[in-house]
Write a new protein. Structure first.
Length: 357
């Protein structure tokens, strides 16, 4: 009996320990000392118009490694777009990439990356890239058509709760080039997060076929072009696009930066991102276990999700709420109710068993 009690105690202890490790998967974006942080390939190749804010964008992101615990690598070489070259990254980000930015082989490698669960983030003129490629258009959601001159416009949050817009005031006035698209990104599965009020600036009477409300930022989870999935992959990755990002001032604006980085964090927070131990794309392999870190989260820094346990993905569903607080910590708590139920069941069984014995 004594040894049974001892065994029971050991079992319960072991179970509770493993359950606490499994029930909460706290994702801290601010893990500056961890080798296990996401790596993003930032591509800024241009063929044609080149935004002079690209260096400012690079600078703004490069500073962010410590702050967000995300590592950026900056690239302008088309040659990086091979299976070999892309396999190290948790996401690929195109910032104001224009024109024929990928050759045919590069486009195929890009699509295979998506089919392997890769994540993709497009910023501003990323919709100006690859105008001939249906694959690219479906991946990013829509392609650029036209914009009026840079001026203040009123941006509106769409009714989806999402970290990229959580902090944006309703009716946000911001100086930007308002992008129009040749088609409605919703036709490619986009969920629009931010739109623009077409009456809030001078649009020169331009009519677009990009749908209403006029889309400005969106996510797609997952893009159609991740099909067919590569062998062993259970879900495609996530796409996030924002049309904002034109000028230097934009990249120095906190509201914009939080919009972008929160959108990025949410994109990474999918079932397929390797830095978050769940998927197949990206970075060191095998990845070391995360180093437990004292939490620096504030109450605003938490995100109750939504997500997935053990790589079983649910669609991004609204309701997630990553907020990059000033403490720069975004944290995800995934509570496994199923796990709790199993624990109760196992404990109940054990207690019953030992009482009977
Ligand atoms: C994760 O978060 C939960 C809830 O805030 C906390 O109880 C738990 O100790 C955290 N786990 C780790 C490893 O930090
Ligand atoms: C934006 O910044 C870049 C480099 O930091 C600079 O070369 C460029 O002139 C700036 N653009 C404007 C419009 O001020």
């Amino acid at each position: 009996m004594f040894s049974s009690v001892g065994a029971l105690f050991t079992l319960i202890t072991t179970l509770s320990l493993s359950v606490s490790a499994l029930s909460y998967e706290n994702l801290t974006i601010n893990y500056p000392n961890s080798p296990n942080i996401p790596k993003i390939l930032v591509y800024t190749y241009t063929d044609g118009y080149r935004h002079d804010s690209i260096p400012t964008a690079i600078e703004a992101l490069a500073k962010g490694k410590k702050r967000w615990g995300v590592e950026f690598e900056f690239e302008e070489d088309k040659g990086r777009f091979t299976d070999e070259g892309l396999q190290w990254y948790d996401a690929i980000m195109f910032i104001s990439v224009t024109g024929e930015a990928l050759d045919e082989e590069g486009q195929k490698a890009f699509q295979r990356y998506l089919q392997n669960g890769g994540n993709f983030i497009g910023v501003h003129a990323a919709t100006v890239a690859l105008p001939q490629s249906d694959m690219y258009k479906q991946s990013i959601g829509a392609l650029f058509e036209w914009h009026p001159v840079l001026q203040d416009a009123t941006f509106k949050k769409e009714g989806v709760s999402h970290p990229a817009t959580a902090h944006i005031p309703d009716g946000w006035r911001f100086g930007e080039e308002v992008y129009y698209f040749t088609s409605d990104p919703r036709d490619n599965g986009a969920v629009v997060l931010l739109s623009v009020d077409e009456n809030s600036y001078n649009n020169e009477g331009y009519k677009s076929s990009n749908g209403d409300p006029h889309p400005i930022a969106w996510y797609i989870d997952p893009p159609k072009t991740s099909q067919p999935l590569a062998e062993g992959i259970s879900k495609g990755g996530r796409v996030f696009y924002t049309a904002l990002g034109h000028s230097n001032e934009t990249w120095q604006d906190d509201v914009f930066m939080e919009h972008l980085v929160s959108g990025l964090v949410r994109t990474l927070d999918g079932a397929t991102t390797k830095a978050y131990k769940q998927g197949q794309v990206g970075c060191e392999d095998p990845r070391p276990p995360p180093t437990p870190q004292p939490s620096t989260a504030t109450t605003e820094g938490s995100l109750t999700d939504v997500g997935e346990i053990g790589g079983v993905a649910k669609p991004t569903g609204p309701g997630g709420n990553v907020h990059l607080a000033n403490t720069a910590t975004a944290m995800r708590i995934v509570e496994s109710r199923g796990m709790g139920v199993s624990l109760c069941f196992v404990l109940g069984f054990l207690v019953g068993y030992y009482v009977v014995v």
